[in-house]
Ligand binder design. Structure first.
Ligand SMILES: Nc1ncnc2c1ncn2[C@@H]1O[C@H](COP(=O)(O)OP(=O)(O)OP(=O)(O)O)[C@@H](O)[C@H]1O
Length: 240
């Protein structure tokens, strides 16, 4: 059974129809990337999963249960955690306090020890006493991911984690995330940085104008320059 299944999902902002009969299937422990141009509907797709979109229709199941009518809190309590594009950390709290708050908000789920997070994110260990507002964009992104992971998610949704980060920080984030995906967690990641996403993921979905355009393995996609040109407007990938 799939961990997450979207069948013929439609998404709306008021009268504006932006997702059209979208189908996505994610197996336990898979790392899947959702790709597409600006405005293709990637963030909105994640919002249909977390329940934060104003209106969604269609089938959404998580671990076999219908979650299509569930509230944001119910879905979060199931262990679906989103790291949004605009990083959400508490600016006046220290790194350590940010971690503690995330741990304490882990309703109904056994959180992971804060110290374990410092092992995965050594950068944060060094910054324990620094306030959120004094962190660089990359450090905030690491903290954002750590805050989601501490709640032991079953499904981690990452919305464009490299956005706005300097290349050297992107490399650090890659190192951390490649360690994260080795753990017992299923990941759906959206990215404009196609190389980054293809390096991390095993399987990919491309969406265009809110609808499925292609799906397959990352190995297949790396051979399909036509798709990369048509839907993602990038040059040759240099994925390792
Ligand atoms: N709050 C909103 N109200 C109305 N329309 C919206 C809203 N948010 C997004 N849209 C529209 O929905 C469509 C999909 O947007 P979405 O942000 O999901 O795309 P995306 O693929 O994540 O793009 P980006 O890479 O720019 O974040 C776009 O046409 C966008 O203008």
């Amino acid at each position: 059974m799939s961990l997450l299944e979207l069948s013929d999902v439609n998404g709306f902002y008021g009268n504006s129809h932006v997702l059209f009969d979208l189908n996505i299937d994610i197996e336990h422990n898979e790392v899947v990337t959702l790709l597409g141009r600006n405005g293709a509907g990637k963030t909105t797709t994640l919002r249909t999963i977390t329940g934060t979109i104003p209106r969604r229709e269609g089938g959404i199941t998580f671990d076999g249960d219908d979650i299509s009518e569930e509230s944001v809190d119910q879905i979060s309590n199931r262990g679906i955690k989103l790291v949004p594009e605009a990083r959400r950390i508490f600016p006046t709290l220290t790194v350590h306090e940010n971690m503690q708050v995330a741990r304490d908000m882990s309703k109904g789920r056994e959180p992971r020890p804060v110290e374990e997070m410092y092992e995965v994110f050594p950068i944060l260990d060094e910054l324990r006493e620094n306030r959120g507002r004094n962190l660089s964009g990359g450090e905030q992104q690491m903290l954002s991911v750590a805050r989601a992971l501490i709640q032991s998610p079953d499904l981690l949704l990452l919305d464009e984690p490299t956005e706005g980060l300097a290349p050297v920080i992107v490399d650090d984030l890659y190192d951390v995330l490649s360690e994260v995906v080795e753990q017992d967690v299923t990941v759906l990641i959206t990215e404009q940085n196609v190389d980054f996403a293809l390096d991390l993921a095993e399987r990919a979905y491309i969406i265009d104008k809110g609808a499925n355009a292609w799906e397959g393995t990352v190995d297949e996609l790396e051979q399909r320059q036509d798709l990369l040109d048509e839907y993602l407007s990038v040059g040759a990938t240099d994925a390792e």
